[in-house]
Design a protein around this ligand. Sequence first.
Ligand code: HEC
Ligand code: HEC
Length: 647
Amino acid sequence: MVPIHPRFRIQSGSRSARATSRVGVAVLLALVLTLLTPRPGSAHIVKETPWHPVPAAYLRGLFLANLGPAIRWDRIDDEWSQPAEGEGYDGLSPLDMLEEADVDAEPIRAAIRDEDRQALYAASTAAVSRYARHFLAEATAKLDRPGAANADVQRARQITRAFEDPFIAAVDPRAAQDLGRAWLTLSNSVGHSGVMGIGRLDARPEPFAQAKGTVETYLRSNYEVSAFETRRLLAPLPERSPTRDLEAEAPFWLPPGTKFNDQDPLPLLVLNFESRGIHEADLPLIAYGDMLFDSPQIFGDPGKSLGITCSKCHNRSDINRDLFIPGVSHKPGSIDVDGAFFNSAFNDIRDDPIDIPSLRGLRFTGPYGRDGRFASLREFTRNVIVNEFGGEEPTPFMLDALVSYMLEFDWLENSMLEPDGRLNDAAPKAALRGEVLFNTPFEGMGDRACSTCHIPSANFLDRLPHDIGSAERSSPLARDSFFDTPTLINVAQTAPYFHDGSLDTLADVVTWFDEQFALELTQAQRADLTAYLETIGAADTPWEIFDDENTRFALDWSELSTFLTTLDVLIEERDQFHALLLLDTVAPDLRLDASGATDATVLPRVFEIADALDGIRARIEAEEWVVAEEQNERYQELAETYGESFR
Ligand code: HEC
Ligand code: HEC
């Protein structure tokens, strides 16, 4: 079955406790959204509204300044001083934009020059606040022309977005509401020019001035104060927060430009037992591992609160091509898993984002890690949970479950490639010519062939680390740039290439080898070798195919209900810890996934099931096992009666 996180639940950066209390609202919202929008099977990915360059540079700058101890001031400088991308910004940098609005940008420059975090916070926060107020002032001057002030009001709102969610929203919810109302009043009181004289509406300066006052007062007293309190973690929490504790309440957040969606189209997952006609529901250990692969509960913060799971990065055993966190990734699909962000105690200080590897065929591809530093998959997995993501020590059962699940990951089938690694007649001519080259020893490579390391009859692996010159050594004679030979099966699906994703296409890889080892290939030979890599790397069906029957929500439900089959065993064994972990993962997921249902009429039934799960959870927590057993039976009846209709 299938681990997926269908949407960007990270967006608001809300803490899980808050998220739970908001479930009622979320449910209503989901209902409304589902009723309003016709949706194709796979399209419930939330697209973030684009950010204005100034608040984006501001938040990314603070985020980068939190990633210590080796803070990348050059990147913070770039955020502020490089020309903004996107139309309509005329090649201006965020600093230029401030200056155009008569906001003094010099203190920001000075803070970056002095590498002073607190000064960066003070200078950039005040500048963003003043920049927002600049547009409110511009708007006021245009109130005599109906509708003319609208663009400035919207601009001001876009800029204060940097302070609002999740920051003001987290620590000062009442102010967040007041501000929301004020923005609504501002938008509603600028008037309307009408269409060809019809529908013209004059501006209403009085409510406008009052609402503007509300926003300005809040901005001045919280974001333009003369001396900001020192913050360990930089985040734009309002200075006069009613909680008066700028650290304890700080929400976890990710900067603008973050992409953590599931991919669209969704990769196809091939599990060995399924290919053999065995159902996951009959494999409780594997089903539990599948659940854990999809559970943020096993990680520590911030991963846990941000909803990060194994399957976010290793999307259905594949990679996640889109995944990107500014400052933590250097390219889409890459991430620095041992940096300051996920677990500062496990910070290796090296700025070394790694291209996410595919986990297909995992039982054949050890040792693990791009450099093969772990012989055991179990050790690797523990390291991911405890060290990389700061989670609690997993139980032996959890490790067994995760490992046995991942050992089922198979490669995608390729009808041009035989199991012994040879191409068959279905392969294009160019690829067959390339196959000969791949097996030819080259003097430049020390009389080795490509196939010496990527052994075709051994899944294109030799399971050895080599230094092929793809990374910089720490010194000319150091032996610290070795990498494990990667498989080439399905390699056409996993661009970019090399451990750091430095090469974008397979043609680039061929060119790289040609130059690195002076292979002296002709242009035609390079093309043939590339065709060969594309052919052995191909897949017949790389993506999940959705239709009226196999909808996204049907798939989600079939996963979640499979995870829940393990509840029987756990209740029978009175295993409170693992049962609660299961329910804490599945019930919130079910509610979220329901927003992807194509048939909105199923929602009340989905929520009935989710409520039933909450009921079981409460009984298990109270160790009322017999009642829990009864309620589990009741859940199973519901699941059976309703499940069929879930689309
Ligand atoms: C934020 C993204 C991210 C998350 C979350 C994540 N991984 Fe990874 N994973 C990576 C990256 C990047 C690598 C390569 C790391 C390296 O080589 O040092 C990797 C490597 C691996 C490997 C080694 C693959 C190989 O062939 O060498 C395994 C196994 C693995 N991860 C399992 C997991 C499991 C299990 C989880 C959840 C408990 C998980 N990962 C969570 C990004 C992630
Ligand atoms: C000495 C062993 C060796 C030889 C010979 C060799 N490779 Fe590799 N190959 C590797 C290693 C190690 C990597 C991983 C490099 C990295 O991650 O930085 C790699 C990476 C690759 C990749 C990228 C895979 C990915 O998923 O990122 C491709 C494609 C590839 N090699 C093709 C070839 C071709 C074509 C040849 C012959 C011209 C060749 N290799 C010769 C060891 C070898």
